[in-house]
Ligand binder design. Structure first.
Ligand code: S3P
Length: 429
């Protein structure tokens, strides 16, 4: 539980934590590649530690060196078939990315394994990966299409697969399974989703071709590569919205990954009137990176739907916070995926708005926030979801009264230093 009060200022310069999606992939892919690799700035969030935990259980040769706000990893691997049968069930904690990406690897591996997680993870939909993996020839048992997932060793063939949700986790699962299959896969996505797997595999020498919504991947070994993980825009998002809505907001965020399939949040906030400057653009680990300056701005409500949704899917809770103070309504549609995240994030944010007496309408696939409102403070539940806890925390910066968030420790799933960084930025820097 944490108690928060509004602040007189919100300013400073910050290096946001390392990108969660890229961290997971750097460890998973290098653990099935040929050679030695060094990963700098690996996320110290609990989800990424879950990935390291399961990889170690699978015999991956990973040496972990703690740094101030991250880890440095040394990985050595002998290729696609270097993992070994685990002595116990694999535990992925709260991490959907660990579960869905690792499933692609377990499906082709030459041993049996069982993969599960915490209560939230074990109730998230896995049919979306079970179906394509079974089509490829994988033998998988599940608990009503949820984890625990039980993999029996099997030979896989490539598939032609039209995905029905724009999910990077599902896409990556099929891509990874195909690396260890007997023939190529052709995957079509309904809309573009984050492409960190594809970018990393290109650098690792995989035979992968991307033609807008269609990906063709061939089986075969990949080569280890050194990776410096850039900062996470999904973590930066909290500070960007904080600086926009706080009357004294003025911050610089350094070293943020601005992969165009992740920057929907910037497009939307700029369209709402946010003064956001992106500068010092460069490339790190085949990903575009930049520094971002944000100053307080008057925001206007907008409509957010369609193909931009996968580009900001994790940022919708914090966009809802921005919409509350914006002038006029903000309508978010086509976002039913939010209902199957760590919690039902549409429901969780609607509960927060309801307890705060903020006018809104909840839909099956989105929400309308009427805008021109203030935050009242109060006692709120994080629903054990890191992004809900951090979004409510940002509202406290301009709330009339004290804000209490229960289960606030859950922020550490993606952002271990979040509460410390919040206090630093509240100082008059
Ligand atoms: C992720 C993909 C997204 C996102 C999640 C991380 C990834 O999930 O919500 O936090 O690293 O591939 P979906 O693929 O289910 O949309």
């Amino acid at each position: 539980m944490i108690k928060l009060f509004s602040s007189l200022s919100f300013s400073g310069e910050l290096e946001v934590p390392s990108d969660k999606s890229i961290s997971h992939r750097s460890a998973l892919l290098n653990s099935i590649a040929n050679g030695k690799s060094k990963i700098l700035n690996y996320s110290n969030g609990e989800d990424c530690l879950s990935t390291l935990g399961v990889l170690k259980e699978l015999g991956a040769n990973i040496n972990l060196i703690p740094k101030e706000n991250s880890y440095e990893l040394d990985i050595e691997s002998k290729g696609l078939n270097s993992l070994i049968e685990p002595k116990k069930d694999l535990y992925a904690g709260n991490s959907g990315t660990t579960t869905r990406l690792l499933s692609g690897i377990l499906a082709f591996s030459n041993f049996n394994s069982v993969l599960s997680g915490d209560n939230s993870l074990n109730s998230r939909p896995m049919k979306r990966i079970i179906d394509p993996l079974r089509m490829m020839g994988a033998e998988i048992k599940s608990n009503n299409d949820c984890a625990p997932l039980e993999f029996r060793k099997s030979n896989l063939n490539g598939i032609k697969y039209n995905m029905d949700v724009a999910s990077a986790q599902v896409k990556s699962c099929i891509i990874l399974a195909t690396l260890g299959a007997n023939s190529k896969s052709i995957i079509t996505q309904p809309a573009l989703s984050r492409d960190h797997t594809e970018r990393m595999l290109i650098s690792m020498g995989a035979d992968i071709k991307i033609d807008t919504n269609e990906i063709t991947i061939s089986p075969g070994e990949i080569n280890s590569i050194d990776i410096e993980v850039p900062g996470d825009i999904s973590s930066a998002a909290f500070w960007i919205v904080a600086a926009l809505i706080h009357p004294k907001g003025n911050i610089v965020l350094k070293n943020v990954c601005i992969n165009p399939l992740r920057t929907g949040i910037l497009d939307v906030l700029i369209k709402m009137g946010g003064r956001i400057e992106i500068f010092n653009k460069r490339d790190v680990a085949n990903e575009p990176v930049a520094d971002i300056k944000v100053v307080h701005s008057e925001l206007n409500g907008i409509q957010i739907d369609g193909d931009i949704i996968p580009k900001l899917i994790d940022e919708i809770p914090i966009i809802i916070i921005a919409s509350v103070v914006a002038k006029g309504p903000t309508i978010i549609k086509d976002a039913s995926e939010l209902r199957v995240k760590e919690t039902d994030r549409l429901f969780a944010m609607a509960e927060f708005l309801k307890s705060s007496n903020i006018k809104h309408n909840l839909f099956n696939d989105g929400i309308e926030i009427l805008g021109d409102s203030d935050f009242s403070g109060g006692n709120f539940d994080s629903f054990n979801d890191h992004r809900i806890a951090m979004s409510i925390a940002i509202s406290s910066l301009i709330s009339d009264q004290e804000t209490i968030i229960n289960n606030s420790d859950v922020a550490a799933v993606s952002y271990k230093q979040f509460w410390d960084h919040l206090e630093i930025l509240k100082l008059d820097n």
